[in-house]
Design a binder for this molecule. Structure first.
Ligand code: TRP
Length: 470
């Protein structure tokens, strides 16, 4: 009897740790970014590349982050210092770079979350009933302040997306400073299955639209001629971004896993659950794209243009549309809580600042710099004409974080787990001190971490900057 109770407890905590990690992974990445990048990346071939990177790069790195996290029971900076027994361990730099990546992601993520809030509000007023594709495109343009370049900054069109972004950050700041994050995270865990069901409804509706088959063809037909070095880099960056890897978030979550959780299988479960959510979003969006004649490579607006169309001529459509955006905003909040956490921990430790103060200060910093993202989502936006490294701010923040910071952080995490960490310690953590018979897996994972994952990241990097050509 007592061993039964013990087992049940252990199961429920592993499940809880899985759910918390999923709460960080599932977000706008699945519903907004994955479909639009699959659209601009050419469809099926991008999907195949993305899945390849999830299993060959992201999953081994998530295992490493969990192992480092559970072994040290520390945050990303403290973890390396403790495991190395050296307060000046250079590996702690991974944690600092993670804080930089978290800022860059938040600058544009909070902006997109602002669009979701705005759409939730608009959906409640019923303006999307019976909408056409042209109108949906125009509405998105005005939501993000397209066509405001050269006008006055202090116009409603420019200030509106900024207002919604600031509102998002006020909500996040309030959640953290009121100390209700754990309550909110629990609520998100209840909301996630509802969002999942809504996505299923959405996908079924989309799949029954006239011309839906063409969308399926786009999503599943693999045409490798679409693949360029920059598309490959983007697919790898998305795998990192999607699974919240390469900046130490999952090191923190690794520390939540109980001593008897199997760290070799948990990342696989998280990756598969996450892929299911992304695929459902894809199945809702691409049939709609082709049924209504939207451009599949429309970019960041794809979600916002197609979802109102899915629900436009459906009984109860407007209620479902409102619920869809409301739940998406919850998913976005969950991911953002895990993002703001990173610089908050870093700042409060480094400058000896109370947590609350650090969290609010970070939200203010993100709101101020985030204005640049809100004003550059389209090339005709207010700041849209300003290009750095050939990109507007919105794209730049996204590019540097997903395609440079996260893969670089992931590379070092893989190298740490594969080369720096003692083989015995690595095995000990993956077998739960010898209680699990994972020996074969340990050999495989360590092989990937030493010879496959880091090389892949390096090759894709060098290929995209043109040093290597293949
Ligand atoms: N994975 C989240 C999404 O797909 C975004 C996210 C949350 C993230 N925390 C992160 C990305 C940490 C990178 C690192 O929406």
């Amino acid at each position: 009897m007592s061993s039964e109770t013990k087992q049940r407890d252990a199961f429920s905590s592993t499940l809880a740790a899985l759910m918390v990690s999923l709460g960080s992974a599932v977000g706008l990445g699945n519903i907004w970014k994955f479909p639009y990048m699959t659209g601009t990346g050419g469809g099926g071939a991008f999907l195949v590349l993305y899945l390849f990177f999830v299993f060959m790069v992201a999953v081994p790195i998530m295992i490493s982050e969990f192992v480092i996290g559970r072994r040290s029971r520390m945050n990303a900076v403290g973890a390396f210092r403790k495991l190395d027994n050296d307060p000046r361990s250079p590996w702690a730099g991974i944690g600092f770079m993670g804080a930089l990546a978290a800022y860059l992601i938040m600058f544009f993520y909070s902006c997109v979350a602002g669009w979701v809030y705005y759409y939730t509000f608009k959906a409640a007023t019923g303006v999307f009933a019976g909408i056409t594709a042209d109108k949906a495109g125009a509405m998105f343009g005005s939501a993000i302040g397209a066509g405001t370049a050269g006008g006055s900054f202090f116009s409603a069109a420019v200030l509106s997306p900024i207002f919604w972004q600031v509102l998002v950050l006020c909500v996040i700041g309030a959640i953290i400073s009121l100390g209700v994050s754990s309550g909110i995270e629990r609520a998100i865990r209840i909301m996630m299955p509802i969002l999942f069901i809504l996505l299923i409804i959405c996908a079924i509706r989309a799949l029954t639209l006239p011309g839906a088959a063409e969308g399926l063809r786009f999503l599943f037909h693999v045409d490798f001629s679409q693949i360029t070095p920059s598309v490959t880099l983007a697919a790898m960056g998305l795998a990192f971004f999607k699974l919240s890897l390469g900046m130490g978030t999952m090191i923190t979550y690794g520390s939540y896993f109980t001593a008897d959780s199997d760290l070799s299988t948990a990342p696989l479960k998280i990756a598969i659950a996450d892929i299911c959510v992304s695929m459902l979003a894809g199945l809702a969006i691409f049939p709609t794209v082709f049924s209504f004649g939207v451009e599949p490579g429309a970019g960041p607006g794809l979600l916002f243009i197609t979802i109102p169309l899915v629900f436009s001529q459906m009984p109860l459509g407007q209620v479902l549309l409102f619920a869809f955006f409301l739940l998406t905003s919850f998913a976005a909040n969950g991911a953002m809580l895990s993002l703001v956490e990173v610089p908050t921990v870093w700042m409060s430790e480094e400058f000896n600042m109370p947590r609350k103060k650090a969290a609010i200060l970070n939200c203010v910093i993100i709101a101020v710099v985030g204005v640049l993202a809100a004003g550059s989502a389209d090339s005709s936006s207010f700041f849209g004409g300003i290009k750095v490294m050939g990109r507007g701010f919105f794209d730049l923040f996204d590019f540097i974080s997903s395609n440079i910071c996260l893969p670089l952080g992931g590379l070092f995490i893989a190298l740490y787990a594969g080369y720096k960490m003692k083989k015995e310690d690595f095995r000990d953590e993956l077998t739960n001190h010898g209680r699990l018979h994972n020996e074969g897996k340990v050999v495989l994972i360590r092989f990937l971490l030493r010879y496959v994952t880091p090389l892949l990241v390096l090759i894709i990097f060098l290929n995209s900057v043109g040093v290597l050509k293949f």
